[in-house]
Each structure stands twice: as structure tokens, then as C-alpha cells.
Write a protein that binds this ligand. Structure first.
Ligand SMILES: [Zn+2]
Length: 119
């Protein structure tokens, strides 16, 4: 019984550990943006390759919470990449690098540009 309790405690520590010592960071300044456990699949995929009306193509990875970001400007609904979601620019909370977009609709998530973040 006591052994079982100890194992449970250890499992809990292992589950918590990745969130504490692994982070998804801004590639420019290494500011912590989110953690790998916030990864999401949106429309069946974690990674999306998308092109905006200006012809620029971005590869985005989707995350739920991303407390290291700072939103910029209004929420826009024109030309959204994800149906039923508004989008808003998000910057690194420390160095202001443009890291991606926050999408709000039936769900709220963040699409981060793969080559502007690091793990
Ligand atoms: Zn930064």
C-alpha cells in the first residue's frame, strides 16, 4: 500500500516535470512563450501551412494557452484561416517579435510561426 502511494507520487512528479523545465520559447530572445503540453490539434493537425492574401506562407503550430505572448491590435474577421474564428496579431511579450496569431471562436488557440519559436 505504501509502495503504491510512492509510485503514484513519482508518476505525478514525472507528469509535472515537462511543464516546469521545458518551454516553447521566442527564437529571437528566448523568452518563454508556452509549454509543449499546450500543443493542440486544430482541424485534425497540430501544424498548418497557410498563405495570407499577400502571398506570404507561414507554417504554424497550434497551442492552447501561451502566456508569454502580447496581443496587438483589434480582432479581425476578414480572411481568417480558421472558419468561425477571428484573428489577432501576437508578439513576444519581451522583444515584440511577431510570433503568430491568436484565434478566437468556438475555441481559443494560438498559431505560432514555427521558425520564430524554439523548444
Ligand atoms: Zn522575444
Amino acid at each position: 500500500m505504501a509502495k503504491g502511494e510512492a509510485e503514484k507520487e513519482r508518476e505525478r512528479e514525472n507528469l509535472d516535470a515537462p511543464a516546469l523545465d521545458r518551454a516553447v520559447i521566442c527564437a529571437a530572445c528566448r523568452h518563454p512563450i508556452t509549454t509543449p503540453d499546450q500543443r493542440l490539434e486544430i482541424e485534425g493537425a497540430h501544424t498548418h501551412r497557410l498563405t495570407n492574401p499577400s502571398g506570404l506562407t507561414f507554417t504554424l503550430r497550434c497551442f492552447a494557452e501561451a502566456p508569454g505572448l502580447r496581443p496587438l491590435g483589434p480582432r479581425e474577421s476578414f480572411f481568417t484561416w480558421f472558419a468561425g474564428h477571428t484573428w489577432q496579431l501576437v508578439l513576444c511579450g519581451r522583444c515584440d517579435a511577431h510570433l503568430g496569431w491568436r484565434f478566437e471562436g468556438a475555441s481559443v488557440f494560438h498559431g505560432l510561426i514555427t521558425d520564430r519559436i524554439a523548444e
